[in-house]
Design a protein around this ligand. Sequence first.
Ligand code: GLY
Length: 316
Amino acid sequence: MTEPVIIGSERSEAGLPAGMAVLLTGGSALDAVEAALRLCEDNLADHYVGTGGLPNARGEVELDASVMVGSTRAFGAVAALHGYPHPISVARAVMERLPQHALLVGEGAELFADECGFGKAELLTEEARKQWREALSVTGESVEGENTRGGSGDIAYRLAALELVKRLAPHDGPWGTINVLALDSSGELVVGVSTSGYPWKYPGRVGDSAIAGAGNYCDLRYGGAACTGRGELSIRATGARVVVDRLAAGDDPESACAAMLADAATLPDEFRAELRVLALTPDGRHGGASGQRGSTYCVMTGSDPQLRFARRRVLA
Ligand code: GLY
């Protein structure tokens, strides 16, 4: 029997204990990842995931999520999903109920969520709306109004949002997105990722969280990996897949994560913000890397089910 382990990125502490509770009662890594991420998606204090997530340039919360199972490399994802508070559960449903597909986006994802019976909800909280309004108003453009959609006002404020994105400095604190990686007592390994993506993003922008090999990858032979931060860099670097390839080549998890970040750092990127990554192996070893000093990730194990913070290796 394998000792259960669950790890997660910054702010996953809102959900990790629920995931560990699933693992401690012999539940599956898939159920543990979903349970943990659903609680993170419900955390209104977290503005980078689920309800309360910061909206796109139009003021609409648009969510991406994915899940990948190590033994089968089955993958399910949704992107640019509006109005459904638990994108991780819809991603899981894509994987399980629609196995001829791996990724649904926008309207199609919403149709599927509705057919599956997932409940709709308003995801834009007053606090997130306030932040959006304040951020876009620095451009002097009006950011709201019925008439903005599709009209000249709409175009003006999408352009204003792009100007704002261009001026965004890399964030000081943990940026966006929750990763949860779990190993269950049967030895199965699962990786889940959920995000509201880049604040004020261009409508329809999909980041790495919904893309296999970029923000999420899991192969039971070697391990799983997941990214947070600047998704475009992770997409271009195929971040999570590179980490798993490094694990296959014999790197320890922390070194595999650091090697990927070092490679991604060589990519030219005018809008560079930080990229972070975590990895977990089928024998329970884990590690992470980040570009920011003092950054951590959360860990719980079967033999030590207290939530602990482990340091990520820092790349200067
Ligand atoms: N890593 C999350 C995103 O770029 O959307």
